[in-house]
Write a protein that binds this ligand. Structure first.
Ligand code: GDP
Length: 545
């Protein structure tokens, strides 16, 4: 129950924090809530550790020991994670930097698109995109970027691993511009790469600039022009060409424009090396200087303003059984307005029920702590026994509903087979729990008795089987189902829906909230149904209300 994440890799880590910053009067304007998006192996884990370290959230006592193996066994709490060596569950880390409270939401890094990742990105105000200097934009980065683009989330780019042989920096910038249709402005520029790496120089700064090679070696120059004009550097076989590249970038790329960044049209780019701690401080400075404080949250009947007085928030994630011995279940709530205080009563708008929040938690680098006060932008963990579901809106009483947190129609549907019929109750509970967490969707066919589960990515099926066995002691088998897609059905014409339901009993199911779902065997069948029942809407996403 104590250790939660990445920082576990660091022996003797401890959190330092400034109580004053968490007080209400500083408010939401001091919050920066962001996520890191990347392709597996680009260096997200390393960068996260270094951000925490550089900000002072964790102190390094001695060296990181037995990295890799040990890190995995300590921080990955699910068996499946250990098997695959990937991080599946996203969580949150809160730390301070430069008088601000930074809330970093961890997105799962595996290649399968998951709803969890999507929802994490609906709960942030900005993102950091980490790319590998040798590989450029990779498939998963692109996918996650597209999700960010849907809301025009501002993005700061970190080009990692410049201590290795990589692509030419101009080529990397060009790729970002052309494949993501973003303007770019470098914040730092590398002098050589790989074995030739000599450091990064700050590009945007007015006045003195630093050439930084690692945590110890820094040289200061009066200005960037003075650096670029330094005669010994200009003739150096490594510095010379790098400075030339820098000058081309300065001459051709737009100057940094904070509005263009905040509207999602321009990305500042930090070249660095997470592993060598180069550029990490520049990245933190870019976040604290440019990244937006909490933005208004889309909701019905009207958007929620972060400066609003009434406390509101929404559940972006449920994480159950973080510690199998405690059977805990934590709802991660992103606050969207007001000053939340421990002990407050909040209403779950979906159920209409009130709950007293007596033990809300903050998640720091290494530990959890009771949250006495929190404001818009903060993520608090609320322990509960099933009263909260993903997408729920919490308020002090009004009936606002946060929007934009969808469920996706599953792309893979499987039938659940339970060899031990004695365990049907446990299975039912487990499927319900996991559906609430958003790991899977559960459907009950109108005809027949078996359960169907639907997922967006194949990995979720492995997670399901593994978690059922490990956490609930239920062994299941998944069998092919004759369906390959599902659509929620809905209409303004009740008689028409009735006609549709009667004629398609064999292909209908109910979701967890008893809404009718049409299961189609293939896309032809779906379009056939659409053609025959023009008054019925077949929807692929469903807002969770
Ligand atoms: P993730 O999958 O994105 O979380 O990536 P990791 O942080 O686990 O890093 C993947 C691999 O790249 C690990 O072996 C890291 O040690 C290595 N790595 C990360 N950052 C750097 C860097 O700046 N330079 C070099 N050379 N290797 C790095």
């Amino acid at each position: 129950m104590d250790d939660i994440n990445l920082a576990d890799a660091l022996e003797g880590a401890s959190a330092i924090r400034d109580a004053e910053l968490f007080s209400a009067d500083k408010g939401h304007l001091k919050r920066r809530t962001f996520a890191i998006i990347s392709h597996p192996d680009a260096g997200k884990t390393t960068l996260t550790e270094k951000l925490l370290f550089e900000s002072g959230a964790i102190r390094l006592a001695g060296q990181v020991k037995e990295r890799g193996e040990r890190r995995r066994t300590r921080s990955d709490w699910m068996e499946i994670e250990q098997k695959r060596g990937i991080s599946i569950s996203s969580s949150v880390m809160t730390f301070e930097y430069d008088g601000l409270v930074l809330n970093l939401l961890d997105t799962p890094g595996h290649a399968d698109f998951s709803e969890d990742t999507y929802r994490t990105l609906t709960a942030v105000d900005s993102a950091i995109m980490v790319i590998d200097a040798a590989k450029g934009i990779e498939a998963q980065t692109l996918k996650l970027f597209e999700v960010c683009r849907l809301r025009d989330i501002p993005i700061i780019t970190f080009v990692n691993k410049i201590d290795r042989e990589g692509r030419d920096p101009l080529e990397i910038l060009d790729e970002i511009m052309s494949s993501l249709a973003l303007d770019v402005t470098p914040v730092t520029w590398p002098m050589g790469m790989g074995t030739d790496f000599r450091g990064i120089v700050q590009v945007g700064a007015q006045g003195p600039v630093r050439l930084t090679r690692n945590t110890r070696e820094r040289v200061e120059f009066a200005s960037l022009d003075a650096f670029a004009a330094d005669p010994t550097l200009a003739t150096d076989p490594i510095f010379g060409p790098s400075i030339e590249g820098l000058e081309i970038a300065r001459g051709t790329l737009p100057a940094f424009d904070v509005d263009a960044y905040r509207s999602g049209h321009l990305t500042p780019v930090v070249f660095g090396s997470a592993m060598r701690e180069v550029g990490v401080r520049d990245l933190l400075d870019a976040i604290s200087t440019f990244a937006p404080s909490p933005l208004p949250q889309p909701a019905l009947p009207a958007a929620i303003q972060p400066s609003g007085k009434e406390v509101s928030g929404f559940v972006l994630k449920i994480q159950a059984n973080m510690d199998p011995n405690h059977r805990d279940r934590i709802a991660f709530v992103r606050l969207t307005s007001g000053v939340f205080k421990r002990g407050m009563r909040l209403k779950n708008v979906r159920t209409g029920k009130d709950m007293k929040v007596s033990a809300p938690m903050f998640f720091f680098a290494r530990d959890r702590e009771i949250a006495d006060e929190a404001v818009a932008g903060d993520i608090v963990g609320i322990p509960n026994h099933g009263t909260l579901s993903v997408g729920d809106t919490l308020t002090e009483g009004s009936t606002l509903t946060v929007t934009g947190i969808p469920s996706f129609a599953p792309e893979m549907i499987r039938r659940v087979r339970l060899p031990d019929a004695m365990k049907v109750k446990q299975l039912q509970k487990a499927l319900n729990d996991l559906a609430e967490e958003g790991v899977i969707q559960v459907f009950r066919p109108v005809i027949g008795s078996s359960w169907l589960v639907g997922v967006v990515g194949a990995l979720q099926l492995d997670v399901l089987v593994s978690r059922l066995a490990v956490e609930y002691g239920v062994e299941i088998m998944l069998e092919a189902a004759p369906f390959d897609t599902a659509r929620w059905v809905d209409t303004d014409d009740a008689a028409e829906l009735d006609r549709f339901v009667k004629a398609n009993q064999g292909d209908l199911a109910r979701d967890r909230e008893d809404r009718p779902v049409f299961l189609a065997r293939n896309s032809w069948e779906l379009s056939y149904a659409q053609k025959n029942y023009p008054a019925v809407r077949f929807t692929a996403t469903r807002e969770r209300h």
